[in-house]
Design a protein. Structure first.
Lengths: 320, 231
């Protein structure tokens, strides 16, 4: 069987595809990559063509690092996202670039020096049986992943992937197209209960610096900073979209991410642009961020431009 | 229906939220379901997902293929001919066991104190009401049940707990629910239910569905453990 063996799972490594869609009605969240842009680049470097906006080949999301794999067959891999030192057979290997591996090769990720999440993709994608139409691992829901029960990767797991039918070209994402990690400016589309926040409260939110706290995970990032107070304490529970900024009574915002609950009753100021959630997802506890408001039309323009840029991007060929 | 009550707001870059009213009731619940069904059929691939709730419907669309103006128009068209009728299926009556105690319900004493009731009275009142499943969400199998007797209604915690145990029977305002899995949460905990609320390998994967009626019945510690409950 073509594939890889997990020698060491690292701190928290999850199989992720683009996410689980169409099941919010029974309360299932979407899951999927926290840094979607890095995930898509990793797949593209491995020749995994996207079919449609919400399907994509399954890759490994590595949080902080520590993953060690052994190749069981010939294949092509790429690692993108956070600055995580990568070695193949103990030789340093570049991120944001395709590498060929052969049986017995040891692929080792160190620990992030900048950012927090890396993506390891393989030609053809990792193969696992889908549950509710997706392989996305959601530990909180005990769904998805290799055994369909939401477990992170563990030592000894065998990760199947298709046998390669041809050798892929070695490609590299040009420097200028790689996102910069570090403190983030997050664009916000005001919405939901925005009228429950006075102008002064909004000004305070948009002029303050917030810090990611220890209680930040795939479900959401809890922030600490200027306390903002909505004029209402709770609402009739309603649907929560990706990036929603919810403000509980303690006034400390929570930004809801890939593994968010589908319904909730705290007032929400609006939602962060998904492109910027990818930057947020790379922040570690203690890292800082700021917010700026944009209109829904600006948001759509930004999404279309980013998509156009991704589609039109020319990858560099690596000379061997 | 009267269109004046319908309010469509932006939720995020690819989501609009439709408010059908401010109070949950059977007629609004029927309108939410009808609109969801209509959009599922009319929007095709432009629709990514829907989150129906008490009195609102979150519509998530593909922003690369449509925009919020067009989706608003589709929502208006979907809601134009909503039935006035408040006809509702009676739904199944589902009984859920609950081990109420200070051990399994860390907020029980506070609820009782705030309501000037005894702990026993709070437990009694919680069992007296026949609840309706208004929405499912927050987590797989998390069924929102209403309405809790106002004597024992209580606001969410100011700071949500990091960990609420699987099976926790909880109250938030006039809603009650059983946490189907361990998760963070801000509801007031009054007991533990041993019955699994979500099992992906079972069909159906949940013991209740939207529209069902639910009653809680008290069990003791031994019964809770015998039914597979964990403390």
């Amino acid at each position: 069987m073509a594939g890889f063996k997990v020698i060491q799972p690292g701190i928290f490594s999850l199989l992720q595809d683009a996410g689980r869609y169409g099941w919010h009605g029974i309360g299932l969240t979407t899951g999927g990559p926290m840094d979607r842009q890095a995930f898509r680049w990793a797949n593209r470097l491995c020749g995994n063509n996207e079919s449609g906006n919400h399907t994509n080949s399954t890759a490994i999301e590595v949080t902080v690092g520590g993953l060690v794999l052994e190749a069981k067959s010939h294949s092509s891999i790429a690692v993108t996202g956070a600055e995580i030192p990568l070695t193949i057979n103990r030789q340093p290997a570049a991120l944001w670039q395709t590498h060929q591996v052969k049986p017995g090769d040891r692929i080792e990720l160190g620990y992030a020096t900048q950012g927090s999440r890396g993506y390891l993709a393989v030609a053809g994608g990792f193969q696992a049986e889908a549950i509710f139409d997706s392989q996305a691992t959601v530990p909180r829901e005990a769904l998805g992943g290799l055994h369909r029960e939401g477990q992170p990767l563990k030592t000894g797991d065998n990760l199947p992937c298709p046998a390669p039918d041809q050798q892929l070209p070695l490609l590299r994402v040009p420097e200028k197209l790689r996102p910069a990690n570090g403190s983030a400016l997050l664009r916000v589309i005001l919405g939901y209960q925005q009228h429950a926040f006075t102008e002064i409260q909004k000004q305070l939110f948009f002029s303050s610096e917030y810090k990611a706290t220890d209680s930040s995970d795939r479900m959401g990032y809890r922030l600490s900073g200027a306390q903002i107070s909505p004029s209402i304490g709770g609402i009739l529970s309603e649907g929560i979209c990706l990036g929603a900024i919810q403000v509980p009574a303690d006034g400390q915002p929570i930004i809801l991410l890939r593994d968010r609950q589908t319904i909730g009753g705290y007032p929400k100021l609006g939602s962060v642009l998904s492109l910027d959630l990818d930057r947020l997802a790379q922040l570690m506890p203690g890292d800082t961020m700021r917010f700026e408001p944009i209109s829904i039309d600006q948001a759509h323009n930004a999404l279309l431009l980013a998509e156009q840029k991704f589609t039109a991007a020319q990858l560099e060929t690596v000379d061997v | 229906m009267s269109q004046t009550k319908l309010d469509i707001s932006i939720a995020g870059e690819n989501a609009l939220i439709v408010y059908f009213g401010t109070e949950p009731n059977a007629q609004i619940a029927a309108q939410v379901s009808q609109t969801a069904e209509h959009l599922r059929q009319s929007m095709g691939d432009l629709l990514i997902d829907l989150v129906p709730s008490y009195a609102s419907l979150l519509v998530i669309y593909n922003p690369l293929q449509t925009d919020h103006y067009s989706v608003r128009a589709q929502i208006r068209s979907a809601t134009q001919n909503l039935l006035q009728s408040s006809e509702q299926q009676q739904g199944n009556l589902v009984s859920l066991p609950s081990y109420y105690s200070l051990e399994s319900g860390p907020d029980l004493q506070r609820l009782a104190d705030n309501a000037s009731l005894s702990v026993e009275q709070v437990i009694e009142i919680h069992q007296q009401t026949e609840y309706r499943v208004y929405a499912i969400g927050f987590a797989p199998g998390f069924a929102y049940l209403g309405e809790v007797d106002e004597r024992i209604a209580a606001p969410r915690l100011a700071t949500p707990r990091q960990k609420v145990p699987r099976g926790a029977v909880a109250i938030a305002d006039r809603q009650t629910a059983v946490y189907p899995a361990q998760s963070p949460g801000g509801w007031n905990l009054i007991g533990l239910c041993p019955e699994p609320m979500f099992d992906p390998s079972a069909s159906p994967s949940m013991p209740v569905q939207v529209g069902d009626r639910v009653r809680f019945s008290a069990i003791d510690r031994e019964q809770y453990l015998a039914l597979g409950g964990v403390l």
